[in-house]
Ligand binder design. Structure first.
Ligand SMILES: NC(=O)c1ccc[n+]([C@@H]2O[C@H](COP(=O)([O-])OP(=O)(O)OC[C@H]3O[C@@H](n4cnc5c(N)ncnc54)[C@H](OP(=O)(O)O)[C@@H]3O)[C@@H](O)[C@H]2O)c1
Length: 187
């Protein structure tokens, strides 16, 4: 029998806690290595996101089940401008609450190391942490400050243990230095 999947958050956050501005990411396109890390880490695993994050993407993320949360009556995933029925119908689902989304995602992970990724945004991260659903948090901690309207909180060190920390310096593909940090919830 397969293991129960880990529920993980993956987020990139500035020094002052910003994760978004005007429904986009302020450092979009300026941290290429982090985008590769994000795509590799989540590949093949189900991802859960709020309706606003879904709308901010070019389209559903390929190679993984996308579960979108919305309570807007009549909202349809195929209203996304990047929607392609052939490519996206089978890899997307809409759910009205986070626990149902996690339940669906748990069934959809066919990998040997099942892990569900909560992709954001601010409302969904806050909800997942408040409900105590999260086992692990992958934070790209960017060493720069940005203006924004959406934030990710500091994790309580009594509750979250840092299990890995990897630094990346500024280079021609990455405009700011950052650290990939992984935290696990202390049981
Ligand atoms: N830096 C990062 O790593 C990162 C990652 C992801 C997103 N972001 C940024 O974060 C921002 C978006 O975050 P956000 O907080 O504005 O929006 P969000 O969390 O992406 O989505 C919010 C929407 O989710 C739905 N929702 C919220 N609570 C729900 C619940 N309990 N049950 C069911 N559905 C629920 C609602 O949709 P309805 O209104 O349709 O009901 C709500 O409007 C953007 O700027 C984005 O670029 C950053």
């Amino acid at each position: 029998m397969k293991n129960k999947p880990n529920v993980s958050i993956i987020v990139a956050r500035s020094r002052n806690g910003v994760i978004g501005a005007n429904n986009t990411i302020p450092w979009m396109g300026k941290l290429k290595e982090d985008m590769i890390y994000f795509l590799r880490t989540t590949y093949s695993h189900p991802v859960i996101m709020g309706r606003r994050t879904y709308q901010s993407l070019a389209g559903p993320l390929k190679g993984r089940q996308n579960v979108v949360l919305s309570q807007t009556p009549g909202y349809r995933l195929d209203s996304h401008p990047g929607w392609d029925k052939q490519k996206h119908r089978r890899i997307t689902a809409l759910r009205r609450n986070l626990k149902e989304a996690v339940r669906l995602a748990s069934i959809k992970d066919k990998t040997d190391n099942p892990e569900i990724f909560i992709l954001g945004g601010g409302q969904i991260y806050e909800l997942a942490l408040r409900l105590g659903l999260v086992d692990r948090v992958y934070i790209t901690q960017i060493d720069a400050e940005f203006e924004g309207d959406t934030f990710f909180p500091d994790l309580d060190p009594n509750q979250w243990q840092l299990v890995s920390d990897w630094h990346w310096d500024t280079d021609d593909r990455n405009s700011y230095p950052f650290n990939w940090k992984v935290y696990e919830r202390q049981t």
